[in-house]
Design a protein around this ligand. Structure first.
Ligand SMILES: [Zn+2]
Length: 276
């Protein structure tokens, strides 16, 4: 009988120690246990307080030069068309203005192709295929464009470039380029063409896709778009994935799977409705 109060005391002592012990971030567990649970449920907790800039990466000026060079390589690889371009540009510019990087000049392009795809490169160039333009209504197309603008806001391709072995050469060449002609531009073009061909600057990690989804869905209301369009877009892609997955380009074929993206988008829309 004597042991029970002792055990009870020991238990109280253990609870007191554990609740008063500093957590990993120096706060007590008692204070951060609730937010930690919330963060576990929040697929976008890593991105909520992010600030974006070119610090530590190419300067914006060089980023724009890089974009010009890369765009030349894109035009060699793909057929650009005016079909649907007005609509894409109108929706895309709305995403750009509502984004966290509204000062950059964005250029939207349509690529002729039966694959459903979209991608972006540094410096504000965004591409979607005619197949995607035809498949999507305005809110859905806007969702893809806002997602692509999100990659540009978060400088994902610039971060990838920074880690590449070609980075120093490219950065030096960009510093020396004054126009688009000349041997430096030619050599740079060859390098960039190879990188583009390998998908180095246009295929992103799972986390980067998640971040672009987050930035994209957050841009949509400000762009006058219904964020539900992101969900119905993913649903359309999900159906195509089941039937004719060869029609899906890199934007949709890899990482995170459509159902996860739908769930995350639903979560975020609910959160936005609560004004958070
Ligand atoms: Zn993406």
């Amino acid at each position: 009988m004597k042991q029970i109060p002792q055990l009870f005391l020991l238990l109280i002592l253990l609870i007191a120690i554990s609740s008063g012990a500093p957590g990993r971030d120096g706060n007590t567990k008692r204070f951060n246990s609730a937010p930690r649970l919330a963060q576990f449920d929040d697929p976008y907790s890593d991105f909520r307080n992010a600030h974006y800039s070119n610090a530590g990466l190419l300067s914006e000026r060089d980023e724009i030069k890089l974009g010009t060079q890369l765009h030349r390589e894109v035009t060699k690889k793909y057929d650009l068309t005016d079909a649907g371009l007005d609509r894409v540009d109108r929706l895309g510019q709305r995403c750009a203005r509502a984004s966290l990087r509204p000062g950059l000049i964005y250029k939207f392009h349509v690529i002729q192709g039966r694959q459903i795809n979209g991608f972006s490169i540094p410096g504000g160039h965004v591409y979607v295929t005619t197949a995607l333009v035809q498949l999507a209504n305005d809110n859905e197309l806007g969702a893809v464009l806002c997602h692509e603008v999100g990659h540009i806001v978060a400088r994902h391709s610039l971060k990838t470039l920074k880690k590449s072995k070609e980075y120093d050469d490219i950065a030096n060449s960009l510093g020396e380029i004054t126009g688009v002609a000349g041997s430096i531009a030619h050599d740079l073009g060859v390098t960039l063409g190879q990188m583009l061909g390998a998908g180095m600057l246009t295929i992103h990690s799972r986390d980067e896709e998640r971040e672009a989804d987050f930035l994209g869905v957050r841009e949509m209301p400000g762009a006058g778009l219904d964020p539900q369009g992101m969900i119905t877009m993913f649903q359309k892609l999900q159906r195509i994935e089941e039937r004719e997955s060869d029609l899906l380009g890199s934007l949709f074929s890899d990482h995170p799977d459509a159902q996860e993206r739908i769930d995350n988008t639903r979560y975020e829309i609910a959160r936005m409705r609560k004004g958070r």
